[in-house]
Design a protein around this ligand. Structure first.
Ligand code: NDP
Ligand code: GDR
Length: 370
């Protein structure tokens, strides 16, 4: 039985990847952080009671900022594959916590590579590094491929740049199977609540159900190449199954503005929007509601701009070239953007219908503004 170790197992990708690896017969070990409240909601459905025998899913307490802990876990597990998904992954927050981000996202990657080398596992253990389209930053060329020069635009991206190159360096210096997946944005119903897609689909569900009035967003002109996380974790696995250790771009090859995502998400509840005004004065206003279940008044303002969501330096345009992953890995996504938006909005409607029930029976429902 192959053993995999996943950092960031409690995150969006960690949860989907753990499911995928278990379905392929792996023994899966995950590193989770100690937190004052439970943080395992995304993986509770695959949790196995450690008191039982022959379980295939194991969690270890740990942190990418702690070398000795990383060394001990890798020593105990002796994994065939490591997926380094753990990170402070929010671009805007990285401007507030730049040093921590560098430590976890940059040096954290080094800690994994160095632990594998020191423990004499360089020939046994394959390592996947979660690299990102944020590396491309300020547009140098489009679409962005494995050969496009990097120009990072945030402390997060600069930290990930170190992670990218130290992975390449360990591959070349020590002949390790250490590779980068340069993944473009991927979303799902498990996406963190403060990333723009999930913030939008949650708001659409709550506005449709009468639990919220409007949503405040930042730069709606930015363009992203969005896929579904379920498809993207398949690519991570494929990258580690290749004969040769190589880096791959994983993307759909389509790009869409944030504003268009907003429009598509509202359309899922039968609400047509019109955008009026420009810059910080832009508003999203209801033109028509065609679903009797979710009637919003014509002229109701449901989207507004708040400058606090603008970043000091922005990545305006991401569009990936998936040619290499399609031809060499045979990877092809199953979800297109419409199917992704539908999946997310439907899941959030389900979630917030529970809140609506609570509210209708006199309980206080918390505000989820961010
Ligand atoms: P999430 O933010 O959903 O998950 C991040 C995970 O990392 C969580 O499990 C989190 O734990 C954990 N983590 C955070 N800090 C530490 C730390 N100090 N030590 C150990 N673990 C830590 O991210 P995603 O699942 O979306 O992304 C997975 C990886 O892929 C990240 O590295 C991200 O930067 C990268 N990436 C993501 C893309 C995307 O579009 N989703 C695109 C390209 C790259 P906790 O649950 O306790 O917070
Ligand atoms: P990103 O994702 O920065 O691309 O990083 P995010 O969803 O945070 O932002 C995408 C774009 O939307 C604009 N935007 C807003 N963003 C947020 N979060 N909140 C808002 O209110 C808002 N309004 C507009 C942003 O300015 C940006 O242009 C994600 C993360 O998962 C990274 O870890 C990963 O590496 C990259 O994707 C690929």
């Amino acid at each position: 039985m192959k053993k995999a170790l996943v950092t960031g197992i409690t995150g969006q990708d960690g949860a989907y990847l753990a499911e995928l690896l278990l379905s392929k017969g792996y023994e899966v070990h995950g590193i989770k952080r100690r937190t004052s409240l439970f943080n395992t909601q995304r993986i509770d459905h695959i949790y196995e009671d450690p008191h039982e025998k022959n379980i295939r899913f194991h969690l270890h307490y740990g942190d990418l900022s702690d070398s000795t802990n990383i060394i001990r876990i890798i020593q105990d597990v002796q994994p065939d594959e490591i997926y380094n998904l753990g990170a402070m992954s929010h671009v805007q927050v990285s401007f507030e916590e730049p040093e921590y981000t560098a430590n976890v996202d940059g040096i954290g990657t080094l800690r994994i590579l160095e632990a594998v080398r020191l423990l004499g596992l360089a020939k046994k253990t394959k390592i996947y590094q979660a690299s990102t389209s944020e590396l491309y930053g300020l547009v140098q060329e489009v679409p962005q491929s494995e050969t496009t020069p990097f120009y990072p635009r945030s402390p997060y991206a600069v930290a990930k740049l170190y992670g990218y190159w130290i992975t390449v360096n360990y591959r070349e210096a020590y002949d390790m199977f250490a590779v980068n997946g340069i993944l473009f944005n991927h979303e799902s119903p498990l996406r963190g609540e403060t990333f723009v897609t999930r913030k939008i689909t949650r708001a659409v569900a709550r506005i449709a159900l009468g639990l919220q009035d409007k949503v405040y967003l930042g730069n709606m002109d930015a363009q992203r190449d969005w896929g579904h996380a379920k498809d993207y974790v398949e690519a991570m696995w494929l990258i580690l199954q290749q004969e040769k250790a190589e880096d791959y771009v994983i993307a759909t090859g389509q790009t869409t503005r944030i504003r268009e995502f907003v429009r598509m998400a509202f359309a899922e509840v039968g609400v047509e929007l019109e955008f009026k005004g420009e810059g910080v004065d832009e508003k999203g206003v209801v033109v028509k509601s065609s679903n009797p279940e979710y009637q919003l008044a014509e002229g109701k303002e449901v989207v507004a701009i708040d400058e606090r969501y603008f970043r000091p330096t922005e990545v305006e345009l991401l569009i990936g070239d998936p040619t290499k992953s399609q031809t060499k890995l045979g990877w092809k996504p199953k979800y297109d953007l419409k199917a992704l938006v539908n999946d997310m909005v439907m899941a959030d409607l389900e979630l917030f219908k529970q809140d609506k029930l609570l509210e209708n029976s006199g309980h206080r429902v918390l505000n989820y503004f961010e």
